[in-house]
Design a protein around this ligand. Structure first.
Ligand SMILES: [Mn+2]
Length: 496
C-alpha cells in the first residue's frame, strides 16, 4: 500500500505547489491528516513568491482548519512529499530534501518510481488521495472537515463537476460527505473584481473561425476556474458550435472545451486538442484538459498555443466522415461476412439482485447509464468491462448460457448503484457466463477513414470509429450500422 510505505519516517513535510489551489490544499491536507492519524510528526507547507490571497482559499483554510504554512526554507525532515505537483516541476519551489515522494494527477513530467503515485487520468489530486485512503481502509468521511476539503478540491479542479469523466472521480463525488453551508459560501466567494476584468478582456479578444464555427479564447494568467465561466458564456453565441478557452499558468495550460452540436463530443475534442502533449476529457457538451508547458514547448518550440489550438480543431473536424445510419446505404460489396466467436462473456439478469422498478445507475469506464430495473432486463458485460443492456428476447436469440469464468481486462470494474438506497454492487459479483450462439451474421470491413456513426437507435450520440476499427452492418437489417474497435473485433468475430 503506497501510503504505508512512508510510516517508517520520523518527520514528514507535505508540500503543495506554489500558488496552491483548492485541490492542492485538500490533497495536501488529506496526506497531512493520514500521517497525523498514524502518530507521525508532519507539516503542511508551500513556497513560491506569493502567499494565498484568494478569498475562497482563505476561507477554506480557516473554516476547515487546514494547518498550512508559507515557508521560504524547508524545515528539517527525512521525507518531502509533494501534493498535486511533481518534485522538480516548474510550478513548485525547489527544496533540497533527503528523500522525496509525490502524489499527483497531472501529466507525468518526470521519471516515476515506487515513491511516486501519479494518476494522470483523474481530474483531481483529491480523488487520488481519496482512493489512497480507501486502499489503506480509511473512510475519508470519518472527518467532516477532511471530506469537505476533498469534495471542494474535486469540485474546483473539475470545473464545478462539469469536466468529470473517470468513474473514480464520480465515485468520490458521490460518496464524500460535505458541510453544505460552508460549501455554498465557498462557491460564492469564487471571483474577485480583478478576475471579472480578466474575463471581460478575454471575451473581447476571442477569435472566431467562420468556416468551422469555432471560437478560441485566451485569457491572461488567472485562476483556471474562470475558463469554465468564459467557455460556458461563449458557447451560447448563435454562430459558435464549439469553443475552447485556455490560459497559461506556471505549470502549463488549462483548457475548457464546449460543444453544442451532436457532431462533436466535447470530451473527444478535448482529448484531440491535448493528444500527445497532455490529457483531456469530460462530457459530451463540456470538457477540459491540461497541457504541461514543458511538453508543449518541446513539441512546438516556435508556436503559439492559440495557433496550435486552431489548427488542431480544424484537423479534428476534417479527419471524420459522418454517417447517419438511418439514411445511409452501406455498400457491402467489399465487406466480408462474420459471426461472433463463442467467447465467454458475462451477463446478469437485473431482477436476480434488484427489485423491479428500482432506478439504477450503471457506471463503467465509458460512462454512466441510467436504467430502471424491469422483468427481462439483462446486462451484458464485455471483455473490457463495457456494459450494455439487452432485453431477454434478444439475449436468448444471440447468447446461450455456458460454463466457466469470463476473462475480463478492465481498468475500472463496472458497478451498479441502487438510486433509492444507494447500495453499490460490483457487477462482476452478480454475473454469469454465456457465449454467443453465432447465428447473427454481419458484414464488416476495417475503416480507412475515421467515422462518426449516428446509429438508428440514438440520434443524439455518435459512435466513433478510428482507422483500423471495423464498420459493421447486420445482414438482416441494412440500417443497423455500428463500429467495433479493431482489437476487440479480431478477438470476438470470425469470418464465415
Ligand atoms: Mn489539481
Amino acid at each position: 500500500m503506497f501510503l504505508e510505505r512512508f510510516l517508517g519516517c520520523k518527520k514528514i513535510c507535505i508540500q503543495c505547489h506554489d500558488n496552491p489551489d483548492a485541490d492542492a490544499l485538500a490533497s495536501g491536507f488529506a496526506l497531512y491528516y493520514y500521517f497525523r492519524r498514524n502518530g507521525r510528526d508532519v507539516e503542511l507547507l508551500y513556497g513560491g513568491r506569493n502567499k494565498i490571497t484568494k478569498p475562497n482559499l482563505l476561507l477554506m483554510v480557516k473554516e476547515l482548519q487546514i494547518p498550512i504554512r508559507y515557508v521560504t526554507e524547508l524545515p528539517y525532515c527525512d521525507l518531502l512529499i509533494t501534493a498535486d505537483c511533481q518534485y522538480g516541476a516548474g510550478n513548485v519551489t525547489h527544496f533540497d530534501a533527503p528523500a522525496v515522494a509525490m502524489v499527483d494527477h497531472h501529466q507525468c513530467g518526470i521519471m516515476q518510481n515506487e515513491n511516486s503515485y501519479i494518476r494522470s487520468n483523474l481530474v483531481s489530486c483529491s480523488t487520488v488521495v481519496w482512493d489512497l485512503f480507501r486502499q489503506v481502509g480509511i473512510d475519508a468521511n470519518e472527518d467532516l472537515k477532511l471530506s469537505t476539503a476533498l469534495y471542494y478540491g474535486l469540485y474546483s479542479d473539475s470545473n464545478q463537476f462539469e469536466e468529470l469523466f473517470h468513474p473514480l472521480d464520480k465515485d468520490a463525488r458521490d460518496s464524500l460527505k460535505k458541510d453544505e453551508a460552508l460549501l455554498f459560501q465557498l462557491m460564492n466567494t469564487n471571483l474577485s473584481l480583478n478576475e471579472l476584468g480578466i474575463a471581460s478582456r478575454a471575451l473581447n479578444g476571442q477569435v472566431y473561425n467562420e468556416e468551422y464555427h469555432f471560437s478560441v479564447i485566451e485569457t491572461e494568467l488567472c485562476d483556471p476556474n474562470i475558463l469554465g465561466i468564459i467557455s460556458d458564456f461563449v458557447i451560447q453565441v448563435e454562430e459558435v458550435d464549439t469553443c475552447v478557452a485556455f490560459n497559461r499558468n506556471p505549470g502549463g495550460f488549462k483548457l475548457s472545451v464546449r460543444s453544442c452540436v451532436p457532431e462533436v463530443k466535447a470530451n473527444e475534442l478535448a482529448a484531440a486538442l491535448c493528444e500527445g502533449i497532455g490529457n483531456g476529457g469530460g462530457h459530451l457538451r463540456k470538457a477540459g484538459g491540461f497541457i504541461a508547458a514543458e511538453t508543449f514547448e518541446k513539441k512546438y518550440p516556435d508556436r503559439k498555443m492559440i495557433n496550435v489550438m486552431e489548427e488542431r480543431i480544424k484537423e479534428y473536424q476534417d479527419s471524420y466522415e459522418i454517417i447517419y445510419a438511418e439514411k445511409y446505404d452501406m455498400d457491402t460489396s467489399d465487406m466480408k461476412r462474420y459471426v461472433k466467436k463463442p467467447i465467454l462473456v458475462g451477463y446478469a439478469k437485473a431482477t436476480d439482485f434488484l427489485k423491479e422498478g428500482t432506478p439504477i445507475l450503471v457506471r463503467t469506464l465509458e460512462g454512466d447509464v441510467d436504467l430502471i430495473v424491469k422483468e427481462g432486463l439483462y446486462l451484458m458485460i464485455g471483455i473490457e468491462g463495457e456494459v450494455y443492456p439487452i432485453d431477454q428476447k434478444k439475449f436468448e436469440r444471440s447468447y446461450r448460457e455456458a460454463e466457466g469464468v469470463p476473462e475480463m481486462d478492465a481498468d475500472y470494474a463496472p458497478t451498479i448503484r441502487d438510486n433509492i438506497y444507494g447500495n453499490i454492487y460490483q457487477l462482476v459479483d452478480c454475473m454469469k457466463p454465456c457465449v454467443a450462439t453465432g447465428k447473427t451474421v454481419i458484414y464488416a470491413k476495417p475503416l480507412t477513414k475515421n467515422v462518426k456513426v449516428f446509429t438508428a437507435w440514438d440520434k443524439e450520440k455518435y459512435y466513433r470509429g478510428l482507422v483500423g476499427d471495423y464498420i459493421v452492418v447486420r445482414e438482416d437489417d441494412a440500417h443497423d450500422i455500428y463500429v467495433v474497435r479493431g482489437d476487440i473485433f479480431l478477438k470476438t468475430y470470425e469470418q464465415v
